[in-house]
Ligand binder design. Structure first.
Ligand SMILES: C/C(=C\C(=O)SCCNC(=O)CCNC(=O)[C@H](O)C(C)(C)COP(=O)(O)OP(=O)(O)OC[C@H]1O[C@@H](n2cnc3c(N)ncnc32)[C@H](O)[C@@H]1OP(=O)(O)O)C(=O)O
Length: 293
């Protein structure tokens, strides 16, 4: 049983024993080329042996549940890392990456993922459960861990009949944060659908407007947390291409909604860079630190 605090939602998950899940996949260049095109960027070197950019393993280690296993929200109704709580509402809350070595195109990538903490918290949006999933990555059957990734996923419970919360669009008028590095990306439902396809993510809040607004209470389609994190990492990829990223920490503090463009800004201080990603004109959705080796 992972480390668990006490509380209302904690009782529902006290007997939950998520397993360790292992997967393997060849590091194919197609999803990398497709993501570079999605964000209107030059692809990295794609030949066998060239390194996969940090976090781009997100396009490779994708579960593919059967259609009959998909629940109301577009995620699987059940799964190894989904806590057994009724009316589950899921959001990506943040994560960390330590990159020790290279993941070469053409290699065989192996992952071992397990839940390492389940933490109930109470916030402005009510009671929440933070679930952290830790993934160790190795390549070609070796024992050296080339990267360790942790994802924090936040869950709320809104069973049938529960009072539906409405999430307001954040106030506009926030000044542009400036920053030595900058990227601006227009967004629309086509961009989100293509990113959902690339990550095999069926969650309706990214593509189904009536569901997003009436069932989950958001003012518009929600931009994927992983897309915001990858846009943050586009800044060092584009502005410091010769420096190897060895660490990345990010936190998603508020959702970013369509139809606003997304702006990523960053400043480098020696071996670190601080990055913020926001829907244009509102407070940051994602704040991050990148570390260089
Ligand atoms: C893919 C995919 C899904 C998605 O992509 S969903 C879209 C991306 N994710 C988001 O947009 C989430 C944005 N964040 C939020 O909406 C809010 O931060 C959140 C998670 C609802 C919490 O907001 P609250 O206002 O309720 O929380 P408080 O600020 O009052 O804080 C209460 C305690 O919680 C801790 N906390 C808050 N946010 C985070 C976070 N992101 N990570 C870790 N911890 C967080 C905060 O520190 C407080 O803790 P204390 O110990 O001090 O009580 C897909 O499904 O696959």
């Amino acid at each position: 049983m992972p480390e668990t605090a006490t509380g209302g939602l904690a009782e529902l998950v006290q007997d939950w024993e998520p397993p360790t899940v292992r997967t393997s996949r060849r590091v194919d260049s197609w999803p990398a080329a497709a993501f570079a095109d999605l964000v209107d960027a030059e692809p990295p070197a794609l030949e066998d042996g060239a390194p996969l950019p940090p976090m781009w393993h997100w396009f490779l280690l994708l579960p593919h549940p059967r259609t009959s296993e998909i629940g109301e929200d577009g995620h699987p109704a059940d799964g190894p890392f989904l806590p057994p709580i009724p009316g589950r509402r899921r959001m990506f809350a943040g994560g960390r990456l330590q990159q020790h070595g290279s993941i070469p195109f053409g290699s065989e990538l192996h992952s071992a993922s397990a839940v390492t903490s389940v933490t109930p918290k109470s916030g402005r949006s009510g009671e929440m459960l933070f679930v952290t999933v830790r993934t160790e990555l190795t390549v070609d059957g070796g024992t050296d861990v080339v990267a360790v990734e942790e994802q924090d996923i936040v869950y709320r419970s809104e069973p049938e009949g529960a009072e539906r919360r409405a999430v307001a669009r954040p106030d506009a008028g926030e000044p542009d944060p400036g920053g030595e590095w900058r990227l601006r990306m227009p967004t629309d439902s086509v961009l989100l659908s293509r990113f959902s396809a690339l990550t095999y993510n069926g969650h309706r809040i990214h593509h189904d407007h009536p569901y997003t607004t009436t069932v989950e209470g958001y003012p518009d389609l929600v931009i994927h947390g992983p897309l915001l994190a990858l846009l943050a990492l586009e800044l060092p990829r584009r502005h410091a291409p010769r420096d190897r990223v060895s660490g990345f920490e990010y936190r998603l503090s508020r959702p970013a909604f369509l139809p606003s463009p997304v702006v990523a800004t960053g400043d480098r201080q020696g071996d670190e860079a601080t990055i913020a990603v926001a829907a244009e004109g509102v407070r940051s959705s994602l704040t991050a630190t990148v570390r260089f080796a």
